[in-house]
Design a protein around this ligand. Structure first.
Ligand code: CAA
Length: 275
């Protein structure tokens, strides 16, 4: 990573030191690393607040084309919501924690920049839910994924029950939720939860190659396509197609579409600005 940003702007514009996230930038790719390796990067309230702040900034940073989210250390992407923090929660606090997690993960899913989860180890509970909110998931063959909440007497609370059903179907989602098993990455890939699998030593380069390819495409079109697909998941085919044709019209107003079409006709590679 060429540059580190240890701080993010808070709601009032004040600079907030990041305790649990590392943010680096490289050729249009923002790398966000959750750094709580001693707790296997478990999501506590502080991590969620920092993710919220950082994503707000990256979403509007014109130099950023793609975001890669990962976990620090070699053992876990994220091993879930913080069990120690949840141990003391009253029901209303737990509901608020769930809503907060859902809101941050919705923000990731709604991000106009493609977000890739890079999973090198455990992605469990809230950690898998975080990965499911990303637009793509790539994993090491050594990774383990699952929703072990019922083994703690809990249920997934960061949107996972809903996202897993939409992504892999109700049958797979019920199996994953009810068994609380840790599934090998290959099984997650087989049922469509993971897009690409890499040997552990190839995960980083494979992920960056994917990110670079995505970063070289028309960013304005990608943002609209992501929005159309997200809205389509919430509505039916007809509504989805209406949104699609509106966005298809809108994309004709972008510089990227002029550049993309001109480059094709001039038989050269396009140079997109994401606008
Ligand atoms: N929350 C808080 N701390 C966690 C954690 C979590 N989700 N997962 C691991 N840790 C901590 C452990 O307590 C341990 O801390 P100490 O060294 O201080 O004891 C440290 O991380 C290392 O973990 P282990 O010693 O357990 O490592 P291991 O290799 O033996 O096992 C593991 C790894 C199988 C991932 C195991 O840590 C584990 O099962 N973790 C919990 C996974 C889980 O149940 N996640 C779901 C949480 S509930 C949830 O996410 C709710 C929701 O949807 C919102």
């Amino acid at each position: 990573m060429s540059e580190q940003s240890p701080a993010a702007a808070g709601e009032g514009g004040e600079i907030i030191e990041l305790q649990h996230l590392e943010v680096g930038f490289e050729e249009g790719i923002a790398r966000v690393v959750i750094q709580r390796p001693k707790a296997l990067n478990a999501l506590n309230t502080e991590v969620l607040v920092e993710l919220d702040l950082v994503l707000d900034e990256l979403a509007v940073d014109e130099t950023v084309r793609v975001i890669v989210l990962s976990g620090g250390g070699d053992k876990a992407f994220v091993a879930g919501a913080d069990i120690a923090e949840m141990a003391e929660m009253e029901p209303l606090e737990a509901r608020a924690f769930s809503r907060m997690g859902q809101a941050v993960l919705d923000q990731i899913e709604g991000c106009p920049k493609p977000v890739i989860a890079m999973i090198q180890g455990y992605a469990l509970g809230g950690g898998l839910e975080l990965a499911l909110a990303c637009h793509l998931r790539v994993a090491s063959t050594a990774a383990k994924l699952g929703l072990p909440e019922v083994g703690l007497g809990l249920i997934p609370g960061f949107g996972g029950t809903q996202r897993l059903m939409r992504l892999a179907g109700a049958g797979v989602a019920r199996e994953w939720v009810l068994t609380a098993e840790h599934f090998p990455a290959e099984e997650a890939w087989r049922v469509g939860i993971v897009n690409r699998l890499f040997a552990p030593e190839e995960l980083e380069e494979g992920t960056l190659a994917l990110a670079r390819r995505i970063a070289s495409q028309g960013g304005a079109a990608q943002a609209l396509a992501l929005e159309v697909m997200r809205r389509g998941l919430e509505t039916g085919q007809g509504e989805g197609e209406n949104t699609e044709s509106d966005a298809f019209g809108l994309v004709f107003a972008t510089k990227d579409r002029h550049e993309g079409i001109r480059a094709f006709l001039e038989k050269r590679k396009p140079s997109f600005q994401g606008r």
